[in-house]
Design a protein around this ligand. Structure first.
Ligand SMILES: [Zn+2]
Length: 325
């Protein structure tokens, strides 16, 4: 906007005839980027109300996508108008599910673990009309900081009445003190830093015995647990049915609505086991495209709710929900 002269800018705003000079100077600030409204979105599924909660957005370096030539990454990003100087915009979302008998939070955002761009889940949950004390259950797809850190702040549980559930394989991997030594030397420091954040987040719940694990075959508060390993060893998705409808909280089986839909065999740097992560994505995308379940994803553009479509069974398309007031 700075390249526009003042009279053009004011004409665009439709204000030219009303503004005297000192006000015109003030009006320049009107056309600066404004803060968005609170980041929550309600989606009704049968008798269940799902509230997508935005934690924040920032940018990924395109070089984080693995197993695809860089030129192809650029081409796809251009096609989606996602090719920006700052990188690939990504979102962190969490989902609050009001089942009628329980208030369940699926993932919780990054709190202060991943910098100042994130940490809005708590605020947006309250803006949506809920109170943190009403949340009785927290389901974590995995223990990466952008999913677990939001459960606590400065060593205090942010959801004082909630019990936290994560897969036993996931808890064993990150919380086993012997795990770091099993990793290659060059990966140990990063692993330990991540573990420290996870421990701080779960500690207040462990202290109250409100930290529990589940395994394949278990049901938690009516949610079916689906093993979707690769991104992390104990990564799980969660499915909830209401009437004839089903929603699947897929977690981090996908990080990009552009590259990983056009080329689902593309891994991302964060995957602990990239090969397995790709196998999981291919299997889940195929199943979700075929059966048409509603999908809720933490890293697809907010609100991260939509459907997966495939024309040929090889590449896919993300069909976001239409905004409904
Ligand atoms: Zn994540």
């Amino acid at each position: 906007m700075k390249t526009l002269n003042k009279s053009i800018a004011l004409t665009i705003l439709g204000l030219s005839s009303f503004i005297s000079m000192p006000q015109a100077q003030a009006a320049e600030s009107i056309i600066q980027p404004q803060k968005q409204v609170a980041g929550y979105y309600q989606h009704q599924l049968g008798n269940v109300q799902i509230t997508a909660l935005l934690d924040g957005t920032n940018y990924l370096n395109p070089s984080m996508f693995k197993g695809i030539p860089a030129a192809e990454v650029t081409q796809i990003l251009k096609k989606y108008h996602a090719d920006q100087a700052k990188g690939v915009q990504t979102s962190v979302n969490a989902f609050l599910v009001n089942t009628g008998s329980s208030l369940v939070l699926v993932d919780s955002g990054a709190s202060s673990c991943n910098g100042p761009d994130f940490g809005s889940v708590h605020k947006n949950l309250m803006a949506a009309g809920y109170k943190p004390e009403q949340v009785d259950t927290i389901l974590l797809t995995h223990l990466h900081p952008d999913h677990v850190c939001g459960i606590s702040a400065k060593g205090v549980a942010s959801f004082p009445n909630a019990t936290v559930y994560v897969a036993d394989a996931e808890a064993n991997y990150w919380l086993d003190p012997k795990q770091a030594a099993k990793l290659p030397q060059d990966k140990q420091a990063r692993f330990k830093q991540t573990v420290e954040k996870i421990q701080q987040a779960v500690q207040p719940y462990q202290a109250k015995k409100h930290f529990k694990t589940f395994k394949l075959g278990d049901k938690v508060k009516g949610f079916e647990v689906i093993s979707t390993p690769g991104h992390t060893p104990g990564h799980f998705s969660f499915a909830f049915k209401s009437g004839n409808e089903e929603i699947v909280f897929v977690g981090d089986i996908v990080h990009s609505h552009s590259i990983q839909f056009d080329h689902p065999e593309t891994a991302i740097d964060f995957d602990v086991d990239p090969k397995k992560a790709v196998q999981t994505r291919l299997a889940q995308f195929s199943r979700l495209a075929k059966n048409g379940q509603t999908v809720a994803a933490p890293h697809l553009p907010f609100p991260g709710i939509g459907h997966i479509y495939s024309k040929d069974g090889k590449s896919y398309q993300w069909i976001p929900v239409h905004f409904k007031d």
